[in-house]
Design a protein around this ligand. Structure first.
Ligand code: P76
Ligand code: ZN
Length: 275
């Protein structure tokens, strides 16, 4: 498949869910073989597993003292649109705007601007069965010419057990919003996070229902959002993903463990990596 960029720059503004700061991002067209890179304070930060500096409630990248927080929903959009080369300038703060909590704003701004370049890109293919786990949570993958991601989880509050399988259709995950549980907000805020969080950008879930007046966009919106997060984290591999993945209760930390494992295996040229 061909590499892709955008034919014009795009500006998007909004607040960061964790910092609460208002920031502006500008996505620029970029040359072939330059990949996806963030640019802040004159420093380029490649979207790669080697630049992950945090995975607690968001995926954060950094290079030295310069960091960019909450890259996952934007990376998911770039992955779904197969944009391989772009520079994302971040100004006014260190976080990617949360918008409505989903990837919809990024997707709708970028969709019409995608252009093929001349050079080819190899998808990142899973070459054998891979598994990572932490406590009860696990991510398993197997080779497949498809791009298929299943999330299964038992959620707190009123949600219960949910699952969702993505089979390549961006529209199935692009509108799914980030979420949190009412009982966790105090703890998250005490850690200095979630400062920009509100009912305008987060599905807030309680024991008796959701607090948002408009309710859920899908009955399994949280499971769909978890798939979106994984699609974003997988794009740290630097190429469109090929394989079948099942996450049971995973989050950014486990996603990152998985990405590191298959990234390292591919660098070593191993046929498969078990365990
Ligand atoms: N989000 C993750 C995610 O989507 N990663 O990509 C997550 O863990 N968050 C994001 C939202 C944060 C909590 C952590 C948040 C959101 C809203 C509020 C607090 C924290 C709030 C509020 C509020 C307070 C008073 C009245 C009304 C609302 C997960 C989903 O994977
Ligand atoms: Zn998310």
């Amino acid at each position: 498949m061909r590499q892709r960029t955008i034919k014009d720059k795009v500006r998007i503004e909004g607040i960061g869910i964790h910092t609460g700061e208002r920031t502006r991002i500008t996505l620029h067209p970029a040359d072939e073989n330059t990949g996806v890179r963030f640019l802040r304070k004159g420093v380029y930060i490649p979207a790669s597993p080697d630049h992950v500096v945090g995975t607690f409630l968001s995926t954060d990248l950094g290079c030295g003292s310069v960091t960019v927080k909450t890259v996952e929903h934007l990376l998911a959009t770039l992955h779904l649109l197969r944009i391989t080369n772009t520079v994302i300038e971040v100004e006014g703060g260190c976080e990617i705007p949360i918008m409505d909590g989903s990837a919809y704003a990024f997707y709708s701004e970028l969709k019409g601007l995608v252009v093929d370049q001349t050079e080819e890109t190899e998808p990142f293919s899973v070459t054998g069965k891979v598994r990572v786990s932490s406590g009860k949570a696990s991510i398993e993958a197997e080779p497949c010419s498809c791009f298929e991601i299943t999330y299964e989880g038992v959620f707190k509050g009123c949600l219960g057990e949910q699952r969702f399988t993505f089979r390549g259709n961006a529209e199935d995950v692009i509108l799914a919003r980030t979420f949190c549980f009412d009982e966790d907000i105090e703890f998250i805020r005490s850690k200095g996070l979630g400062r920009g969080g509100s009912l305008d950008n987060t599905l807030v879930i309680g024991r008796n229902g959701v607090y948002n007046r408009e309710g859920l966009r899908y009955e399994n919106e949280p499971a769909r959002h978890k798939v979106l997060d994984l699609i974003g984290d997988l794009y740290l591999l630097g190429a469109p993903f090929r394989g079948r993945v099942v996450s049971r209760g995973g989050g950014h930390t486990l996603n990152y463990m998985f990405v590191k494992k298959i990234h390292r295996a591919s660098k070593l040229g191993l046929e498969s990596l078990r365990g």
